[in-house]
Design a protein around this ligand. Structure first.
Ligand code: ADP
Ligand code: ZN
Length: 807
């Protein structure tokens, strides 16, 4: 009899804990279910990860009981648990928190403090003589019996404080106990009425007969529908049910997501011979039912989508399931629309743009096996399928696959591991593969499949570079002429500038004053529409002043331009044209992004100005011109991937041009016309870029030629964070000397590239090495060496394992 359960709590603690299973739960509790357990004076949600007959040695006496069991069926199966364990180990992140990351939000119950009156409190209230606020609050608590501390603070906001409540506990007016907050997302039900095909001879009232006729016609209706049509139908329904003519039951409903495609329909084309060749390799992999990793390196417009669709059809035919990852699903409505056209209701969507309830419902449809395909942003990699046959990662190079906070996983790496564990096929697709993936293909870890041509042999666009060092202002003569010509030809144009807002920053030419974000130590961006200065890293925002606050000068100037200003300039230059802008500011409303793309598709936009949002895989045949207003923004980012990122952005945005009949044209403006990222993008020369970038990475020992682990300390106090960073440096050096010698190189600690972000101070230490195992061991030792210290000092250690999955 298994009487002990091992639990991973959903808290930042590395250890797992053992609890006794109470008699009444023994027949029900399984691995993968959620439990409530006592933990350090609180009650917390945890995940059952193992069942044992005997407690592990040394903890027998201290075992406490599981308090509650939250699920009737396991939320995660053994395969998912295995994946979560790998993630926890690889990214050095607590297992309970990893599992939490993989489940839809809202399944986590939180422990909270519950207030109730003591006998003394009740007596004191009856006797009177309390302070007015005391009386008011205690009365409310007494009225409710039990109420959460949080609710009381909310009810009496500004009147009573937390410490006051605690002092009343000391005076024995009230109890404060740990309880559980019940804000879990729940399945949604509807009442359904079904016609039973039984003729009844008994007489019916007029209303009953009317209702029955309607139900008979529809065979099955929901109560809410019926209620809309007939006034208070409950009574009549009861009668009809009693006579056995109808049956009434409850059915779970899915919070409705539109699965209609909203863009132009996508007919199923016959594959070209290139597509055929690639597909036959993939299908061999699928049929082998073994782990089969492929990198599809296909230029923009080479027809990768059709390959994905057909590969999935093959997998579904085997009775297996498919996961499709896309960079940001809200930004790729076209791809989604094509999938909906092909697979209809067999598709679930998982992404953060959905409401909590919607996300939960989509997750449950997968969990129950009602759909066979899950599509979504990076978190869709945790889709709870039981038998995944294929995982597809579109635009595999996209940085959004990396989660930058909390669990810093890379969905591409997790996908490779999941596919391997499930003996599945994995397709990584891109026109500009990440260096890591291409390197893996070179080493034979991924099979490389090449689509060197666009569909129907359409040529890639012609790219010209404009050297901005020669002057010419924001929009060069060349760019202007090309736009003009494109407008005259009644074609559409895209203008790309990777910076939103009006002016990059504001400067006082008299005293040199600029405006900085007090939380992030970066300059604030000027937005004309609401005349505000905004921080693009946190929510900080102020009204732009008229005069310089430092010297009272009147000549404040905007420096550098953003998309808002670009849009204005373009409208002035081409007053007859329809100009629109797509960036975070114009797409904050739900679906506004889709609306812009619809207008683009229908031809009611001539020129679309935008940030990297316009780069993502759109396929519109009438776009024949793309202008890159400044190629330099991403080039100067303090990151060793900045050249790669620039090459990818330029190639991808250029790839939007000339997908229809007419030849595409691209103009790139830059202050770095000799930079290899820009030159190689101009020539559509991925492999040339790969060679050059590899040399640089090799020389500086960056991935993929080494592994990196970044230890970042983040704290509220500048001084304490620095002290802890120095401590980490010492620990690092000691461990290094003792055990690792030359195998690992440590850089820092030093302040991070963004030394202050969202009000927190940031330091980092970088460890580089060739052996992933060694580096991993080193990282583990640092983490545990720091764990104790950190708790004492209120600083956070954030470990960032650079994504290079090792097969
Ligand atoms: P990619 O994702 O590789 O950039 P897409 O999948 O968007 O390219 O395909 C580019 C265009 O080619 C699309 O408009 C698509 O409809 C079309 N296309 C794809 N495959 C075929 C085919 N076999 N025959 C005709 N047109 C095709
Ligand atoms: Zn800020």
């Amino acid at each position: 009899m298994k009487e002990i359960v091992e639990v991973a709590v959903g808290l930042p603690v590395f250890k797992t804990f053992h609890y006794l299973i109470p008699e009444k739960m023994r027949d029900f509790l399984q691995i993968g279910m959620r439990v409530i357990v006592p933990f350090k004076g609180r009650k917390v949600t945890g995940f059952s990860i193992d069942l044992l007959e005997l407690p592990p040695k040394g903890v027998e006496e201290k075992l406490r009981e599981v308090e509650d069991l939250l699920d009737e069926a396991p939320l995660i199966d053994s395969q998912m648990l295995r994946l979560y364990r790998w993630i926890s180990d690889y990214y050095l992140y607590p297992l309970g928190e990893v599992i939490k990351t993989g489940l839809p939000p809202g399944l986590q119950l939180k422990s909270e403090l519950i207030l109730s009156l003591t006998q003394n409190g009740i007596n004191s209230l009856a006797q009177g003589g309390l302070e007015p606020i005391q009386e008011k609050v205690l009365k409310e608590i007494g009225r409710c019996g039990k109420i959460s501390l949080k609710k009381i603070l909310k009810l009496f906001i500004g009147e009573v404080s937390r410490s006051q409540l605690i002092s009343w506990k000391r005076k024995r007016f009230l109890n404060i106990d740990a309880g559980i907050e019940g804000k879990e997302v729940k399945p949604k039900f509807e009442k359904v009425i079904q016609y039973q095909d039984i003729e009844s001879s008994q007489p019916l009232s007029k209303k009953q007969a009317e209702i029955l006729n309607w139900i008979k016609e529809k065979r099955e209706v929901s109560y809410s529908e019926l209620n809309k049509r007939f006034k208070s139908p409950s009574k009549s329904l009861q009668v009809l049910q009693a006579k056995g003519i109808i049956s009434i039951f409850r059915r779970e409903v899915c919070r409705d997501l539109s699965v209609r495609s909203e863009l132009k329909p996508y007919p199923k084309p016959e594959p070209t011979s290139n597509q055929e060749a690639v597909l036959s390799e993939i299908i061999k992999g699928i049929h082998s039912k073994r782990f089969s990793p492929f990198l599809i390196f296909g230029v923009t417009g080479s027809g990768k989508t059709e390959i994905y669709l057909r590969a999935i059809e093959e997998v579904l035919a085997q009775g297996r399931e498919a996961i499709v990852l896309v960079p940001e699903i809200s930004l790729t409505p076209q791809l989604l629309s094509r999938f909906k056209d092909r697979f209809g209701e067999n598709l679930a969507l998982l992404h953060s743009g959905l409401g909590r309830g919607e996300r939960y419902d989509q997750w449950r449809r997968i969990w129950r096996g009602e759909v066979k395909i899950a599509m979504g942003a990076r978190s869709a990699i945790f889709a709870p399928f039981k038998n995944v046959g294929i995982i597809i990662i579109d635009e595999e190079h996209d940085p959004s696959y990396k989660q930058e906070e909390k669990l810093k996983y890379h969905a591409r790496d997790v996908a490779v591991v999941r596919a391997k564990q499930a003996e599945a096929t994995i397709l990584l697709g891109s026109a500009t593969p990440s260096l890591e993936s291409f390197y893996n293909a070179e080493k034979g870890k991924f099979r490389l499949l090449h689509l060197p041509e666009r569909i129907e042999g359409k040529p890639l666009p012609k790219v010209e570079i404009v050297d901005m060092r020669e002057g010419g202002g924001l929009i060069s003569e060349k760019l202007k002429i090309s736009l003009q010509k494109n407008i005259e030809d009644k074609k559409q144009s895209l203008l790309f500038l990777n910076r939103r807002g009006f002016a990059n920053f504001i400067l006082c030419p008299d005293c040199g004053h600029t405006f900085k974000c007090p939380n992030c130590n970066v300059t604030l961006t000027y937005h004309l529409r609401d005349r505000s200065l905004q921080c693009h890293y946190c929510d900080y925002r102020i009204q732009a002043p008229g005069d310089c606050p430092k010297c009272q000068g009147h000549r404040l100037q905007g420096m550098g331009i953003g998309t808002e200003r670009l849009e204005q300039e373009i409208r002035l230059l081409f007053p007859e044209s329809q100009v629109e802008r797509m960036d975070r500011d114009t797409t904050s409303r739900r679906r506004s992004h889709l609306q812009i793309l619809k207008r683009l598709e229908s031809g009611s936009i001539d020129i679309l100005v935008g940030t990297q949002m316009i780069v993502k895989g759109h396929d519109f045949p009438n776009i024949t011109f793309v202008g890159v207003v400044s190629a330099d923004t991403s080039l100067h980012f303090p990151d060793f991937r900045s050249s790669e990122r620039t090459f990818q952005l330029l190639t991808q945005v250029a790839g939007r041009a000339g997908r229809g009949e007419a030849l595409g044209e691209v103009v790139i403006q830059t202050f770095n016309p000799d930079h290899y990222s820009i030159l190689r993008a101009k020539d559509h020369d991925y492999s040339g870029f790969y060679q050059e970038e590899s040399q640089f990475r090799k020389a500086l020992e960056y991935p993929p030629f080494s592994r990196l682990v970044n230890f970042r300390l983040v704290g509220n106090s500048e001084k304490r964070t620095k002290v802890m960073a120095e401590e980490m440096g010492r620990i690092g050096q000691t461990i290094l000397k003792k055990r690792y010698g030359k195998g690992i190189e440590v850089l820092g600690p030093s302040t991070a590239p963004f030394a202050k972000m969202r009000g927190k101070f940031r330091w980092q230490m970088l460890a580089k090495g060739e052996s992933p195992q060694l580096l991993h061991q080193f990282a583990r030792e640092i983490a545990s060496g720091m764990e104790v210290q950190i708790k004492k000092k209120g600083v956070n250690l954030d470990i960032d394992v650079d994504p290079v999955y090792i097969l």
